[in-house]
Design a protein around this ligand. Structure first.
Ligand SMILES: Cc1cc2nc3c(=O)[nH]c(=O)nc-3n(C[C@H](O)[C@H](O)[C@H](O)COP(=O)(O)OP(=O)(O)OC[C@H]3O[C@@H](n4cnc5c(N)ncnc54)[C@H](O)[C@@H]3O)c2cc1C
Length: 240
């Protein structure tokens, strides 16, 4: 009983999540909105573990960032299809409104943005790594410190949350193909991009970097080379 009470206080209990809405972000990614009775709330940047159970009892579990800020019993996840994957094809292609999964969370205490946190914020996401950063962007208010988002995507059709990112605080960094009118030649994020579009180390931003492992490792290295204090560089690796 004591263990159960502690898990409940920590928010780490498995809850039933019922899919209530889906929204395609790209041809291979979608946002899933679940109703989760008993959800304890969460901080922007946290994630949850989704557990699927087959009829024969086989289970598979994967982590997904919470892509929207706390909203009562509602939770959003944004999932990129990994074509040969076990769990993501089900979440992107097969699950239907009304279906249920198990959710464990919220999880993670380091890769989070707290509204009371002082200082500017530099968000750098690659591909589906935008998911927790979008929750941070939406959690801020008029009273929040300056935010800057650099979002690395292959092509214009790979942009998630397209309708929400039209802001001077947001720079899309295309790696393969850019829309007409974008001067920057498509390429992977580099030191010059950080200088041109990021925030200088002298402003001491807290930096949040999220995406595939290789992207995160490259960008955290660039930030540290540019003089950012490693203690203020927080990273979340999605694998891949
Ligand atoms: C803290 C955390 C948060 C995450 N948040 C998100 C999120 O918000 N959205 C999201 O789409 N994913 C997220 N992920 C990744 C997610 O947990 C799964 O790894 C991903 O969905 C693939 O699972 P799968 O079962 O489809 O593939 P698997 O069956 O696990 O893997 C199949 C193949 O794909 C490769 N692979 C595994 N993961 C990836 C990946 N991320 N990219 C490319 N190839 C991969 C594997 O090496 C393997 O070869 C997160 C991971 C972590 C650790």
């Amino acid at each position: 009983m004591a263990g159960t009470a502690l898990r409940r206080r920590l928010g780490h209990r498995r809850l039933t999540a019922r899919l209530v809405e889906t929204r395609d972000e790209t041809a291979t990614a979608r946002t899933l909105r679940f109703a989760v009775p008993g959800w304890p709330g969460h901080l922007a940047g946290q994630h949850a573990d989704v557990r699927l159970t087959a009829e024969d009892g086989y289970t598979a579990q994967r982590s997904y960032s919470l892509s929207a800020p706390a909203d009562g019993e509602f939770v959003e996840l944004t999932v990129q299809l990994v074509p040969d994957g076990e769990v993501s094809p089900y979440l992107v292609r097969d699950i239907e409104v009304g279906d249920e999964v198990e959710l464990l969370g919220p999880l993670g205490g380091w890769f989070v943005w707290r509204p009371e946190q002082p200082g500017p914020v530099l968000l750098i996401g690659g591909g589906s790594g935008i998911a927790p950063l979008r929750a941070m962007l939406r959690a801020r208010s008029a009273a929040s410190p300056p935010f800057r988002l650099l979002y690395s995507v292959r092509t214009p059709s790979d942009v998630y949350f397209a309708g929400e990112l039209d802001s001077p605080d947001v720079t899309l960094l295309y790696t393969r193909e850019a829309p007409d009118g974008v001067e920057r030649t498509p390429h992977r994020i580099d030191a010059a991009d950080l200088t041109a579009y990021g925030l200088p180390a002298a402003e001491e931003p807290t930096c949040y970097v999220c995406g595939p492992t290789s992207f995160v490792e490259t960008v955290t290295g660039l930030l540290i080379d540019a003089g950012h204090d490693p203690a203020r560089v927080r990273a979340e690796r999605f694998g891949g």
